[in-house]
Design a protein around this ligand. Structure first.
Ligand SMILES: Nc1ncnc2c1ncn2[C@@H]1O[C@H](COP(=O)(O)OP(=O)(O)OP(=O)(O)O)[C@@H](O)[C@H]1O
Length: 283
């Protein structure tokens, strides 16, 4: 495992984050959650910037809070704030990055700045939100890391820019042994990019599932009251009363399709699945 959070608990006044999470090699893991769900806090814990109150956070098999310089070289991280003074120009970041990361790939970085229309000679404070977001990802990708930790890298980007960033990240994943952990509050941004998704709601994981399983096996049964009464409830996760009867979330939609001919089963988007998990009633 590249990263492991084991029975991890972190408390702030009025907020409690409780996580079990594993980030293996060769995988893109998505963290989805609304504002304030705990995504940034999770990343800070992974990077050892803050310590858990309970449980363990390990990165590359070692306690995250005791990470040494060598391990830090193996991580590329991007937060909404790059950590650099916005009075600097990208040109001035290059020697700073080279000093910190011996394997900083200057030529590649310059090439990508050109490709993404990031000017080298303009102060970062003059950049648009999208340009800053792109720059943060390019910086995270600029040295030969094994793990990328990207906090909402696509926030504020238009569709074209978002796809460009995701393409760059797909290229990154072509080298075996690498992994990405990426967050977003918009599940649609991630559902076709991540292999594995964690949905966090108010500090707790409400769903951890492979993306393909969510898209292929989760679904919504739309049933009348009579159909609902006759239904085997074993594979229903949540239910919600509707004007026509009930909407039921299942993680085994093929079971219902096979055993209840004529039943209406709709494929839900990841957003709809989350919304039902958070707001639907437990059986
Ligand atoms: N240093 C801190 N002191 C007190 N509370 C904190 C601190 N850092 C985070 N929190 C609280 O933890 C909760 C989760 O915040 P976090 O930034 O992890 O959420 P997020 O999912 O990244 O949200 P967003 O999408 O808005 O960035 C919030 O209620 C926040 O107020």
């Amino acid at each position: 495992m590249l990263v492991q959070l084991d029975r991890m608990k972190k408390e702030y006044d009025g907020f409690s984050l409780e996580l079990n999470m594993e980030i293996p090699e060769n995988q893109v893991t998505g963290l989805i959650g609304a504002n304030g769900a705990g995504k940034s806090t999770t990343f800070k814990l992974m990077l050892g910037l803050i310590r858990p109150d309970e449980g363990n956070v390990e990165i590359f098999g070692r306690n995250a809070a005791e990470m040494g310089a060598e391990d830090k070289q193996k991580i590329g991280a991007a937060f909404s704030d790059s950590g650099f003074s916005e009075y600097l120009k990208v040109q001035q970041l290059i020697p700073i990055m080279s000093r910190f990361y011996p394997d900083f790939q200057e030529e590649e970085f310059r090439g990508r700045c050109e490709r993404f229309k990031i000017p080298l000679n303009k102060q970062i404070k003059e950049f648009s939100t999208g340009m800053k977001a792109k720059l943060n990802v390019l910086l995270a990708l600029s040295h030969d890391s094994r793990l990328l930790i990207l906090d909402e890298p696509t926030a504020g980007l238009d569709v074209v820019a978002r796809e460009e960033i995701l393409d760059l990240l797909r290229e990154y994943m072509e080298i075996p042994g690498r992994s990405i952990v990426i967050s977003s509050h918009i599940s649609g941004d991630l559902e076709h990019f991540c292999d594995d998704l964690y949905m966090i709601h108010e500090g707790k994981i409400v769903l951890h599932e492979e993306t393909d399983r969510i898209l292929e096996e989760y679904g919504f049964l739309k049933v009348s009251e009579q159909e609902y009464e006759a239904l085997d409830k074993e594979y229903l996760l949540r239910v919600r009363k509707e004007s026509f009867g009930y909407s039921c979330l299942t993680n085994q939609k093929n079971y219902y399709l096979e055993n209840y001919p004529g039943i209406i089963v709709e494929k839900g988007s990841v957003d709809e699945v989350i919304s039902m998990l958070v707001k639907g009633e437990l059986l």
